[in-house]
Design a binder for this molecule. Sequence first.
Ligand SMILES: *Cc1c(COP(=O)(O)O)cnc(C)c1O
Length: 383
Amino acid sequence: MTRSIPFGRPMIGQEEKDAVMNVLSGPILVHGPQAKQFEADFAAYTDAQEAITVSSCTAGMHLVWFTLGMGPGDEIIVPAETHVATAHAVELVGATPVFVDACRATGNIDLGAVENAITSRTRAICVVHYLGMPVDMSRVMPLAEKHNLFVLEDCALAVGTRLKDVHAGLLGHAGVFSFYPVKHMTTAEGGMIITNDSDLAGKLRLRKAFGVNSTHSERKVPGVYDVVALGYNYRMNEIQAAIGVSQLKKVDQFLEARKRNYSALEEGLRGVPRTHRLTSSHGPFVSSHYCYSLLLDEELGECRSEIVGQLNAKGVGTSVHYPQPVPRMSYYKEKYGWTEGSYPNAAWLSDCSIALPVGPHVDLDDVAYIAGTLSETLQEFVG
Ligand SMILES: *Cc1c(COP(=O)(O)O)cnc(C)c1O
């Protein structure tokens, strides 16, 4: 039995294809009804007062820092274990990312270490719901209030993530989602900012489109407008938004499949020696189950590339989240310096984990195959 199970695959059906063809058959490719619809639908799905389409999650996070006026001399706390985009968004406005190590149990930012990282220059905290597991925001927000900090949630893997029934992105002051092809839902490339702060939302809308003071439909004389702020072009086009509208209708099904696959894989891998797993959904903490991360102990971790090589050869697609603690990546290392051992938990997550697929492209037979192949492969290494 040979299988080939990719780590992730966009779930594009006839609905998305029809939606795209509909847009292409009409005259409006940007500034149209699809982006408005997608924003309204996403706001309803998350229960947000405001939802703003953007061209990617990275663009959205950059836009938030830019709009808040973050810049040189300002420090923003970010987790060491994340996609580089979280830190890049801070760097792009000239502010300084201050990295905090991960918690070994959840992979999320170590909340015990956040307060120690706060200085008189700290202006904000960016949390990341690691692999879809919600950060305990009931510990973050009092700290933010005490020190007057803005809290941004990097929700790239957090569609469906909830804490006490509140959707991720509304637990802090704003949240930004990603619709990159292998995330929970896709628009090919794209992102969404949500917030309950309508004043901030207005400023973000302005700055995502050149700082132009009126939308197309509001202009009295076509082509005539004023510019009241500096801004980017971070819009999402109608083709992307139309895909998003269709994908959002399916996202609960996708999340259900992820949860089912995650539980089955967890069950199938129970008792595999010298491995650890991260805490997942429990009580009010609802994960979006982006992937199943199997953590090898430090010694076994040295064989990770061989183990992964064998899994891939047997048709089990894998990934690593994330390839390096951000401060160990060359750009950051050269700029801020790197001391070996400075973010031990982030390094363990990067160097010793194997991310396994649980997306809706995977069925329960696939899960059984993944669990069986993994147990068999590890046996050789565990000895
Ligand atoms: C994927 C990812 C991003 C980047 O999202 P884009 O839409 O590609 O910009 C940012 N943060 C995290 C945590 C991610 O996993």
